[in-house]
Design a protein around this ligand. Sequence first.
Ligand SMILES: *Cc1c(COP(=O)(O)O)cnc(C)c1O
Length: 217
Amino acid sequence: MSLDEITSRIAVAENRAGRVPGSVKLIAVSKVQPPERVEAVLKAGHRLFGENRVQEAAGKWPGYRERFDGLSVHLIGPLQTNKIKQALDLFEAIHSVDRPKLASKLATEVQARGTCPELFVQVNTGEEPQKAGVLPDDLDSFVKQCQDLDLPISGLMVIPPVDEEPSLHFALLRKMAERNGLEGLSMGMSSDFESAIALGATHIRVGSGVFGERVPT
Ligand SMILES: *Cc1c(COP(=O)(O)O)cnc(C)c1O
């Protein structure tokens, strides 16, 4: 387990960037990882995790919540509208708000419950056709649309194209967040979280760096 190593690299990156120590949140991405690895990280005291599939999260986190206090689990993968209720039962945050239909159905359900998870709008900064996320040109009006629905948006999330320099996308995301008055920046993974921190990430999503390589299922 390399939780300690990642934690100390985060501290160095925060310090180098002049960020407040401890201000960057480490989301340990536990998707597909075997239970013994997840439990080791839980037993080491880490409490913030990320999953990219609702179904997979439903199979493990309710059980861990009975054994470990203070857990926070974030959905970092796509959300289908027919899984909204389940997602609201499972997650403290959703990083993948990315289309009007999802926003309006989320708003309805959140109103009915009277509680709302932390929400991030995913931006497809690379304008990749196969990738989820709002296109950069549509972002400002989409954020406004969410706010008009009384959906509190706390920030933006990006997954940069694999073959491009991630820091360009991190810088772009930051600009977009500033322009919209949003503070949260969910960006940076195992291979690039230090540059994300330098560019203002508030939440980094690190999987293999914490747990080891994902074993294919
Ligand atoms: C899997 C995943 C990560 C973590 O990736 P690593 O390279 O293992 O750190 C981060 N963000 C999202 C959206 C993911 O699906």
